[in-house]
Design a protein around this ligand. Structure first.
Ligand code: SAH
Ligand code: SF4
Ligand code: F3S
Length: 441
Protein backbone atom coordinates (compact mmCIF):
# COMPACT_ATOMS: atom_id res chain seq x y z
CA UNK A 1 0.00 0.00 0.00
CA UNK A 2 1.26 3.47 -0.78
CA UNK A 3 1.98 5.80 2.11
CA UNK A 4 -1.02 7.74 3.42
CA UNK A 5 -1.34 11.34 2.33
CA UNK A 6 -1.58 13.94 5.05
CA UNK A 7 -4.56 16.23 5.42
CA UNK A 8 -4.54 19.33 7.62
CA UNK A 9 -7.87 21.06 8.24
CA UNK A 10 -8.08 24.46 9.89
CA UNK A 11 -11.54 25.25 11.23
CA UNK A 12 -13.02 28.71 11.69
CA UNK A 13 -16.51 29.85 12.73
CA UNK A 14 -19.25 27.97 14.49
CA UNK A 15 -19.67 24.47 15.93
CA UNK A 16 -21.24 23.24 12.72
CA UNK A 17 -17.93 23.84 11.01
CA UNK A 18 -16.24 21.68 13.66
CA UNK A 19 -18.70 18.91 12.86
CA UNK A 20 -18.25 19.43 9.11
CA UNK A 21 -14.46 19.27 9.37
CA UNK A 22 -14.75 15.79 10.90
CA UNK A 23 -17.06 14.73 8.07
CA UNK A 24 -14.66 16.11 5.44
CA UNK A 25 -11.76 14.23 6.98
CA UNK A 26 -13.81 11.04 6.86
CA UNK A 27 -14.92 11.69 3.29
CA UNK A 28 -11.30 11.99 2.17
CA UNK A 29 -10.24 8.79 3.96
CA UNK A 30 -10.94 6.58 0.93
CA UNK A 31 -8.76 8.94 -1.17
CA UNK A 32 -5.85 7.89 1.03
CA UNK A 33 -5.78 10.77 3.53
CA UNK A 34 -5.14 10.74 7.25
CA UNK A 35 -5.45 13.94 9.28
CA UNK A 36 -2.45 15.63 10.86
CA UNK A 37 -2.14 18.47 13.39
CA UNK A 38 0.21 20.73 11.49
CA UNK A 39 0.23 22.26 8.02
CA UNK A 40 3.98 21.83 7.63
CA UNK A 41 4.04 18.32 6.22
CA UNK A 42 0.53 18.21 4.85
CA UNK A 43 -0.19 17.10 1.27
CA UNK A 44 -3.46 18.97 1.42
CA UNK A 45 -4.56 21.94 3.51
CA UNK A 46 -8.26 22.69 3.82
CA UNK A 47 -9.52 25.90 5.37
CA UNK A 48 -13.05 25.48 6.69
CA UNK A 49 -14.17 29.08 6.71
CA UNK A 50 -16.71 31.47 8.22
CA UNK A 51 -18.38 34.41 6.47
CA UNK A 52 -20.45 35.80 9.34
CA UNK A 53 -18.52 39.06 9.84
CA UNK A 54 -16.02 40.87 7.65
CA UNK A 55 -13.16 40.06 10.01
CA UNK A 56 -13.93 36.34 9.85
CA UNK A 57 -13.86 36.35 6.04
CA UNK A 58 -10.70 38.45 5.85
CA UNK A 59 -8.87 35.98 8.10
CA UNK A 60 -9.13 33.45 5.31
CA UNK A 61 -7.29 35.65 2.85
CA UNK A 62 -4.51 36.46 5.30
CA UNK A 63 -4.14 32.73 6.01
CA UNK A 64 -4.02 32.01 2.28
CA UNK A 65 -1.36 34.68 1.95
CA UNK A 66 0.73 32.91 4.58
CA UNK A 67 0.25 29.54 2.88
CA UNK A 68 1.65 30.89 -0.38
CA UNK A 69 5.16 30.41 0.94
CA UNK A 70 4.52 26.72 1.65
CA UNK A 71 3.04 26.18 -1.77
CA UNK A 72 6.02 27.83 -3.48
CA UNK A 73 8.34 25.46 -1.62
CA UNK A 74 6.16 22.42 -2.29
CA UNK A 75 4.20 22.86 -5.53
CA UNK A 76 2.50 19.46 -5.02
CA UNK A 77 0.73 20.76 -1.92
CA UNK A 78 -3.01 21.11 -2.56
CA UNK A 79 -4.88 24.01 -0.99
CA UNK A 80 -8.64 23.98 -0.58
CA UNK A 81 -11.23 26.39 0.79
CA UNK A 82 -14.44 25.00 2.26
CA UNK A 83 -17.20 26.47 4.41
CA UNK A 84 -19.22 29.64 4.20
CA UNK A 85 -16.63 31.87 2.48
CA UNK A 86 -16.32 29.18 -0.21
CA UNK A 87 -20.09 29.23 -0.67
CA UNK A 88 -20.34 33.02 -0.69
CA UNK A 89 -17.38 33.80 -2.93
CA UNK A 90 -16.90 30.66 -5.05
CA UNK A 91 -14.59 31.13 -8.02
CA UNK A 92 -13.76 34.64 -6.81
CA UNK A 93 -11.41 33.01 -4.27
CA UNK A 94 -9.34 31.45 -7.05
CA UNK A 95 -9.16 34.77 -8.85
CA UNK A 96 -7.95 36.55 -5.76
CA UNK A 97 -5.60 33.74 -4.72
CA UNK A 98 -4.72 31.64 -7.82
CA UNK A 99 -2.78 29.03 -5.85
CA UNK A 100 -6.08 27.71 -4.44
CA UNK A 101 -6.80 24.32 -6.03
CA UNK A 102 -10.20 23.50 -4.61
CA UNK A 103 -13.28 25.41 -3.46
CA UNK A 104 -16.22 23.55 -1.94
CA UNK A 105 -19.41 24.86 -0.33
CA UNK A 106 -21.06 23.27 2.74
CA UNK A 107 -23.75 21.45 0.77
CA UNK A 108 -21.24 19.63 -1.47
CA UNK A 109 -18.90 17.96 1.03
CA UNK A 110 -19.98 14.48 -0.06
CA UNK A 111 -18.47 15.31 -3.44
CA UNK A 112 -15.04 15.98 -1.94
CA UNK A 113 -13.51 12.67 -3.14
CA UNK A 114 -14.13 13.61 -6.79
CA UNK A 115 -13.07 17.20 -6.24
CA UNK A 116 -9.83 16.08 -4.60
CA UNK A 117 -9.13 13.69 -7.48
CA UNK A 118 -9.67 16.52 -9.94
CA UNK A 119 -7.31 18.79 -8.02
CA UNK A 120 -4.83 15.88 -7.98
CA UNK A 121 -4.86 15.90 -11.78
CA UNK A 122 -3.82 19.54 -11.67
CA UNK A 123 -7.25 20.96 -12.51
CA UNK A 124 -9.13 23.60 -10.55
CA UNK A 125 -11.98 21.99 -8.62
CA UNK A 126 -15.02 24.10 -7.71
CA UNK A 127 -18.41 23.06 -6.31
CA UNK A 128 -20.81 25.49 -4.67
CA UNK A 129 -24.07 23.79 -5.72
CA UNK A 130 -27.06 23.13 -3.54
CA UNK A 131 -27.48 19.54 -4.76
CA UNK A 132 -30.71 17.56 -4.61
CA UNK A 133 -29.18 14.43 -3.12
CA UNK A 134 -28.88 13.96 0.64
CA UNK A 135 -25.41 15.08 1.63
CA UNK A 136 -25.67 13.51 5.08
CA UNK A 137 -26.69 10.10 3.73
CA UNK A 138 -23.60 10.05 1.56
CA UNK A 139 -21.35 11.26 4.35
CA UNK A 140 -22.66 8.59 6.68
CA UNK A 141 -19.90 5.96 6.52
CA UNK A 142 -17.90 6.21 9.73
CA UNK A 143 -14.66 4.77 10.91
CA UNK A 144 -15.03 2.97 14.21
CA UNK A 145 -12.27 4.84 16.01
CA UNK A 146 -12.64 5.68 19.72
CA UNK A 147 -13.25 9.31 20.49
CA UNK A 148 -13.53 11.80 23.34
CA UNK A 149 -16.52 12.09 25.69
CA UNK A 150 -18.26 14.96 23.86
CA UNK A 151 -19.45 15.27 20.27
CA UNK A 152 -21.48 17.49 17.97
CA UNK A 153 -24.21 16.07 15.80
CA UNK A 154 -25.86 18.16 13.11
CA UNK A 155 -29.61 17.50 12.99
CA UNK A 156 -30.75 20.57 11.06
CA UNK A 157 -28.93 22.82 8.64
CA UNK A 158 -29.75 26.06 6.90
CA UNK A 159 -32.04 28.92 7.75
CA UNK A 160 -35.30 30.33 6.39
CA UNK A 161 -35.45 33.27 8.78
CA UNK A 162 -33.47 35.83 6.80
CA UNK A 163 -32.47 38.25 9.53
CA UNK A 164 -31.50 41.39 7.62
CA UNK A 165 -27.85 41.30 8.73
CA UNK A 166 -27.07 37.63 8.28
CA UNK A 167 -25.31 35.64 5.54
CA UNK A 168 -26.25 32.19 6.85
CA UNK A 169 -29.44 31.70 4.76
CA UNK A 170 -27.27 32.28 1.67
CA UNK A 171 -24.23 30.25 2.69
CA UNK A 172 -26.04 27.27 4.24
CA UNK A 173 -29.20 27.34 2.16
CA UNK A 174 -32.77 26.49 3.12
CA UNK A 175 -33.68 24.72 6.36
CA UNK A 176 -33.29 20.95 6.13
CA UNK A 177 -33.89 18.47 8.98
CA UNK A 178 -32.31 15.03 8.98
CA UNK A 179 -34.61 12.03 9.48
CA UNK A 180 -34.95 10.78 13.06
CA UNK A 181 -33.58 7.26 12.42
CA UNK A 182 -30.39 8.68 10.87
CA UNK A 183 -29.84 10.91 13.87
CA UNK A 184 -30.44 8.03 16.29
CA UNK A 185 -28.09 5.73 14.37
CA UNK A 186 -25.35 8.33 14.40
CA UNK A 187 -25.89 9.02 18.11
CA UNK A 188 -25.74 5.30 19.00
CA UNK A 189 -22.56 4.96 17.00
CA UNK A 190 -21.00 7.92 18.83
CA UNK A 191 -21.96 6.42 22.19
CA UNK A 192 -20.48 3.05 21.21
CA UNK A 193 -17.21 4.89 20.59
CA UNK A 194 -17.08 6.50 24.02
CA UNK A 195 -19.20 9.65 23.64
CA UNK A 196 -21.27 10.58 26.70
CA UNK A 197 -22.49 14.04 25.76
CA UNK A 198 -24.00 15.05 22.43
CA UNK A 199 -24.73 18.59 21.34
CA UNK A 200 -27.35 18.67 18.61
CA UNK A 201 -26.55 21.34 16.07
CA UNK A 202 -28.64 23.44 13.74
CA UNK A 203 -28.70 27.07 12.64
CA UNK A 204 -32.28 26.92 13.94
CA UNK A 205 -32.08 23.69 15.82
CA UNK A 206 -35.42 24.12 17.56
CA UNK A 207 -37.16 24.42 14.20
CA UNK A 208 -36.14 20.77 13.68
CA UNK A 209 -38.89 18.75 12.00
CA UNK A 210 -37.33 15.52 10.79
CA UNK A 211 -39.23 12.56 9.42
CA UNK A 212 -39.91 10.08 12.22
CA UNK A 213 -40.00 6.28 11.94
CA UNK A 214 -43.81 6.60 11.83
CA UNK A 215 -43.60 8.71 8.67
CA UNK A 216 -44.67 11.86 10.51
CA UNK A 217 -42.61 14.95 11.27
CA UNK A 218 -41.05 14.92 14.71
CA UNK A 219 -40.16 18.10 16.55
CA UNK A 220 -36.96 18.59 18.52
CA UNK A 221 -38.58 17.62 21.84
CA UNK A 222 -39.56 14.19 20.52
CA UNK A 223 -36.12 13.67 19.09
CA UNK A 224 -34.55 14.57 22.44
CA UNK A 225 -36.74 12.07 24.31
CA UNK A 226 -35.76 9.34 21.82
CA UNK A 227 -32.07 10.18 22.25
CA UNK A 228 -32.48 10.13 26.01
CA UNK A 229 -33.40 6.43 25.72
CA UNK A 230 -29.86 5.58 24.56
CA UNK A 231 -27.99 3.82 27.37
CA UNK A 232 -24.60 5.35 28.01
CA UNK A 233 -25.56 8.76 26.68
CA UNK A 234 -25.51 10.96 29.76
CA UNK A 235 -26.06 14.48 28.50
CA UNK A 236 -27.88 16.19 25.65
CA UNK A 237 -27.60 19.82 24.57
CA UNK A 238 -28.86 21.66 21.50
CA UNK A 239 -27.89 24.91 19.81
CA UNK A 240 -28.77 27.44 18.35
CA UNK A 241 -32.40 28.13 19.19
CA UNK A 242 -34.60 30.88 17.80
CA UNK A 243 -37.02 32.48 20.32
CA UNK A 244 -39.99 31.94 17.99
CA UNK A 245 -39.43 28.20 17.77
CA UNK A 246 -39.39 27.50 21.54
CA UNK A 247 -42.64 25.51 21.52
CA UNK A 248 -44.46 24.08 24.55
CA UNK A 249 -43.16 20.55 23.96
CA UNK A 250 -39.54 21.69 23.97
CA UNK A 251 -40.01 23.86 27.03
CA UNK A 252 -41.63 20.91 28.80
CA UNK A 253 -38.68 18.72 27.79
CA UNK A 254 -36.30 21.22 29.37
CA UNK A 255 -38.30 20.75 32.54
CA UNK A 256 -38.59 16.99 32.66
CA UNK A 257 -35.85 15.33 30.61
CA UNK A 258 -33.00 14.72 33.07
CA UNK A 259 -30.41 14.24 30.35
CA UNK A 260 -31.15 17.65 28.85
CA UNK A 261 -28.72 20.12 30.38
CA UNK A 262 -30.03 23.26 32.13
CA UNK A 263 -28.33 25.65 29.71
CA UNK A 264 -29.90 27.32 26.71
CA UNK A 265 -28.43 29.60 24.08
CA UNK A 266 -31.25 31.90 23.02
CA UNK A 267 -30.02 34.83 20.93
CA UNK A 268 -32.12 38.00 20.93
CA UNK A 269 -29.69 40.37 19.10
CA UNK A 270 -31.24 43.63 20.34
CA UNK A 271 -33.64 45.00 22.92
CA UNK A 272 -35.55 47.62 20.97
CA UNK A 273 -38.63 46.69 18.95
CA UNK A 274 -37.77 49.29 16.33
CA UNK A 275 -34.38 47.64 15.70
CA UNK A 276 -35.72 44.09 16.01
CA UNK A 277 -38.20 44.95 13.29
CA UNK A 278 -35.52 46.42 11.04
CA UNK A 279 -33.44 43.30 11.70
CA UNK A 280 -36.39 41.19 10.52
CA UNK A 281 -36.11 39.14 13.69
CA UNK A 282 -39.86 38.32 13.69
CA UNK A 283 -40.06 38.49 17.48
CA UNK A 284 -40.47 41.44 19.81
CA UNK A 285 -38.81 42.42 23.05
CA UNK A 286 -41.94 41.40 24.89
CA UNK A 287 -42.36 38.03 23.17
CA UNK A 288 -38.73 37.27 24.10
CA UNK A 289 -39.41 38.11 27.75
CA UNK A 290 -42.45 35.82 27.69
CA UNK A 291 -40.46 32.92 26.24
CA UNK A 292 -37.77 33.38 28.88
CA UNK A 293 -40.45 33.42 31.57
CA UNK A 294 -41.99 30.15 30.33
CA UNK A 295 -38.58 28.48 30.13
CA UNK A 296 -37.67 29.55 33.65
CA UNK A 297 -41.00 28.39 34.98
CA UNK A 298 -40.37 24.93 33.50
CA UNK A 299 -36.72 24.73 34.55
CA UNK A 300 -35.91 27.18 37.36
CA UNK A 301 -32.19 26.31 37.43
CA UNK A 302 -31.68 27.06 33.74
CA UNK A 303 -28.83 29.30 32.64
CA UNK A 304 -29.37 31.43 29.55
CA UNK A 305 -26.86 32.76 27.08
CA UNK A 306 -27.38 34.98 24.07
CA UNK A 307 -25.97 36.85 21.10
CA UNK A 308 -26.10 40.61 20.62
CA UNK A 309 -25.35 42.96 17.78
CA UNK A 310 -24.68 46.63 18.50
CA UNK A 311 -24.54 49.42 15.94
CA UNK A 312 -27.11 47.95 13.57
CA UNK A 313 -28.10 50.63 11.01
CA UNK A 314 -30.22 53.39 12.59
CA UNK A 315 -29.64 52.19 16.15
CA UNK A 316 -29.97 55.25 18.39
CA UNK A 317 -28.81 55.77 21.97
CA UNK A 318 -32.39 55.15 23.07
CA UNK A 319 -32.51 51.83 21.15
CA UNK A 320 -29.24 50.79 22.69
CA UNK A 321 -30.50 51.71 26.16
CA UNK A 322 -33.32 49.22 25.59
CA UNK A 323 -30.76 46.50 24.81
CA UNK A 324 -28.98 47.29 28.08
CA UNK A 325 -32.28 47.19 29.92
CA UNK A 326 -33.20 43.83 28.38
CA UNK A 327 -29.85 42.39 29.48
CA UNK A 328 -30.44 43.66 33.03
CA UNK A 329 -33.89 42.10 33.12
CA UNK A 330 -32.93 38.71 31.68
CA UNK A 331 -29.60 38.33 33.50
CA UNK A 332 -27.44 36.08 31.33
CA UNK A 333 -24.94 33.43 32.39
CA UNK A 334 -22.82 33.99 29.29
CA UNK A 335 -23.06 36.02 26.10
CA UNK A 336 -21.52 36.78 22.76
CA UNK A 337 -21.70 40.33 21.49
CA UNK A 338 -20.59 41.81 18.22
CA UNK A 339 -20.32 45.09 16.42
CA UNK A 340 -22.56 45.06 13.36
CA UNK A 341 -20.64 44.12 10.25
CA UNK A 342 -22.19 44.93 6.89
CA UNK A 343 -22.24 41.77 4.77
CA UNK A 344 -22.47 41.79 0.97
CA UNK A 345 -25.77 40.46 -0.34
CA UNK A 346 -27.76 40.94 2.87
CA UNK A 347 -30.73 43.38 2.96
CA UNK A 348 -29.22 45.54 5.71
CA UNK A 349 -26.09 46.13 3.63
CA UNK A 350 -28.18 47.96 1.05
CA UNK A 351 -29.52 50.45 3.56
CA UNK A 352 -28.27 53.75 4.85
CA UNK A 353 -28.21 54.80 8.48
CA UNK A 354 -24.83 53.29 9.29
CA UNK A 355 -23.86 53.99 12.88
CA UNK A 356 -20.59 55.84 13.46
CA UNK A 357 -17.97 53.12 14.16
CA UNK A 358 -16.76 54.92 17.26
CA UNK A 359 -20.27 55.09 18.67
CA UNK A 360 -20.71 51.37 17.95
CA UNK A 361 -17.39 50.57 19.66
CA UNK A 362 -18.38 52.53 22.74
CA UNK A 363 -21.71 50.69 22.88
CA UNK A 364 -19.99 47.35 22.54
CA UNK A 365 -17.70 48.15 25.47
CA UNK A 366 -20.63 49.26 27.61
CA UNK A 367 -22.60 46.12 26.76
CA UNK A 368 -19.67 43.79 27.29
CA UNK A 369 -18.92 45.35 30.67
CA UNK A 370 -22.44 44.52 31.79
CA UNK A 371 -22.41 41.03 30.24
CA UNK A 372 -19.03 40.21 31.79
CA UNK A 373 -20.27 41.33 35.18
CA UNK A 374 -23.33 39.08 34.85
CA UNK A 375 -21.18 36.16 33.75
CA UNK A 376 -18.79 36.63 36.67
CA UNK A 377 -21.67 36.92 39.14
CA UNK A 378 -23.09 33.66 37.79
CA UNK A 379 -19.75 31.93 38.21
CA UNK A 380 -19.24 33.29 41.74
CA UNK A 381 -22.76 32.12 42.53
CA UNK A 382 -21.66 28.57 41.71
CA UNK A 383 -19.35 28.51 44.73
CA UNK A 384 -20.79 26.19 47.37
CA UNK A 385 -23.15 24.57 44.85
CA UNK A 386 -23.05 20.99 43.66
CA UNK A 387 -23.03 20.34 39.90
CA UNK A 388 -22.51 17.48 37.50
CA UNK A 389 -19.13 17.50 35.73
CA UNK A 390 -18.22 15.41 32.72
CA UNK A 391 -14.45 14.95 32.83
CA UNK A 392 -12.67 15.29 29.51
CA UNK A 393 -8.91 15.36 30.04
CA UNK A 394 -5.99 15.81 32.42
CA UNK A 395 -5.34 19.34 33.68
CA UNK A 396 -2.02 21.17 33.82
CA UNK A 397 -1.23 20.21 37.40
CA UNK A 398 -0.36 16.67 38.52
CA UNK A 399 -3.45 14.65 39.41
CA UNK A 400 -5.76 17.34 38.06
CA UNK A 401 -8.69 16.61 35.75
CA UNK A 402 -10.72 19.12 33.70
CA UNK A 403 -14.30 18.74 32.68
CA UNK A 404 -17.45 20.69 31.84
CA UNK A 405 -20.20 21.47 34.29
CA UNK A 406 -23.90 21.18 33.48
CA UNK A 407 -23.61 24.90 32.66
CA UNK A 408 -20.62 24.46 30.31
CA UNK A 409 -18.10 25.94 32.75
CA UNK A 410 -14.62 24.45 32.72
CA UNK A 411 -14.14 22.80 36.13
CA UNK A 412 -10.77 21.74 37.60
CA UNK A 413 -10.72 18.97 40.17
CA UNK A 414 -7.81 17.17 41.80
CA UNK A 415 -8.78 13.52 41.41
CA UNK A 416 -6.06 10.97 40.79
CA UNK A 417 -7.04 8.16 38.46
CA UNK A 418 -10.33 9.58 37.24
CA UNK A 419 -10.89 8.46 33.64
CA UNK A 420 -11.99 10.85 30.89
CA UNK A 421 -15.67 10.26 30.26
CA UNK A 422 -16.49 10.00 33.97
CA UNK A 423 -19.53 11.97 35.05
CA UNK A 424 -19.40 12.94 38.71
CA UNK A 425 -20.97 15.28 41.24
CA UNK A 426 -18.65 18.11 42.22
CA UNK A 427 -18.89 20.78 44.89
CA UNK A 428 -17.58 24.09 43.57
CA UNK A 429 -15.09 25.72 45.93
CA UNK A 430 -13.67 28.57 43.87
CA UNK A 431 -14.53 30.68 40.81
CA UNK A 432 -12.05 32.43 38.52
CA UNK A 433 -12.81 34.58 35.48
CA UNK A 434 -12.91 31.62 33.09
CA UNK A 435 -13.12 28.46 35.13
CA UNK A 436 -14.21 26.89 38.40
CA UNK A 437 -12.44 24.69 40.91
CA UNK A 438 -14.20 21.93 42.80
CA UNK A 439 -13.93 18.74 44.84
CA UNK A 440 -15.59 15.40 44.21
CA UNK A 441 -18.66 14.90 46.36
N1 SAH B 1 -28.85 31.18 14.37
C1 SAH B 1 -27.45 31.12 14.13
C2 SAH B 1 -26.72 32.38 14.26
C3 SAH B 1 -25.43 32.26 13.56
S1 SAH B 1 -24.54 33.66 13.56
C4 SAH B 1 -26.76 30.01 14.80
O1 SAH B 1 -27.00 28.87 14.54
O2 SAH B 1 -25.88 30.22 15.63
C5 SAH B 1 -24.07 33.85 15.25
C6 SAH B 1 -24.23 35.25 15.69
O3 SAH B 1 -23.42 36.12 14.93
C7 SAH B 1 -25.63 35.80 15.52
O4 SAH B 1 -26.49 35.38 16.53
C8 SAH B 1 -25.38 37.27 15.54
O5 SAH B 1 -25.36 37.78 16.86
C9 SAH B 1 -23.98 37.41 14.96
N2 SAH B 1 -24.01 37.98 13.62
C10 SAH B 1 -24.61 37.47 12.53
N3 SAH B 1 -24.46 38.30 11.47
C11 SAH B 1 -23.77 39.38 11.92
C12 SAH B 1 -23.32 40.60 11.31
N4 SAH B 1 -23.59 40.88 10.03
N5 SAH B 1 -22.63 41.46 12.09
C13 SAH B 1 -22.37 41.21 13.39
N6 SAH B 1 -22.78 40.08 14.00
C14 SAH B 1 -23.47 39.16 13.28
FE1 SF4 C 1 -28.85 34.21 10.75
FE2 SF4 C 1 -31.18 34.95 11.79
FE3 SF4 C 1 -30.96 32.59 10.57
FE4 SF4 C 1 -29.73 32.94 12.92
S1 SF4 C 1 -31.98 33.02 12.55
S2 SF4 C 1 -28.86 32.01 11.09
S3 SF4 C 1 -29.14 35.10 12.81
S4 SF4 C 1 -30.77 34.59 9.59
FE1 F3S D 1 -19.82 31.19 10.10
FE2 F3S D 1 -21.09 29.73 8.35
FE3 F3S D 1 -21.14 29.08 10.91
S1 F3S D 1 -20.91 31.92 8.33
S2 F3S D 1 -21.03 31.06 11.91
S3 F3S D 1 -19.35 29.10 9.61
S4 F3S D 1 -22.81 28.89 9.47
Amino acid sequence: MSEAKKLYIKTYGCQMNVYDSERMAEALGPNGYVTVDSPDEADMILLNTCHIREKAAEKVYSELGRLRGLKTKRPDLKIGVAGCVAQAEGAEIMLRQPMVDLVVGPQSYHRLPELEAKAGRGQKALDTDFPEEDKFAELAARPKAKRGPTAFLTVQEGCDKFCAFCVVPYTRGAEVSRPVDRVLTEARDLVSRGVREITLLGQNVNAYHGEGPDGRDWGLARLVYALAEIDGLARIRFTTSHPNDMDDALIAALGDCDKLMPYLHLPVQAGSDRILKRMNRSHTRDSYFRVVERIRAARPDIALSGDFIVGFPEETDADFAETMDLVRQVNYAACFSFKYSSRPGTPAAERGGQVDPEVASARLIELQTLLNAQQLAFMKGMVGREVGVLFEKAGRHPGQMVGKSDYLHAVHVTAEGLAPGTLARVRIIDAGANSLAGVLV
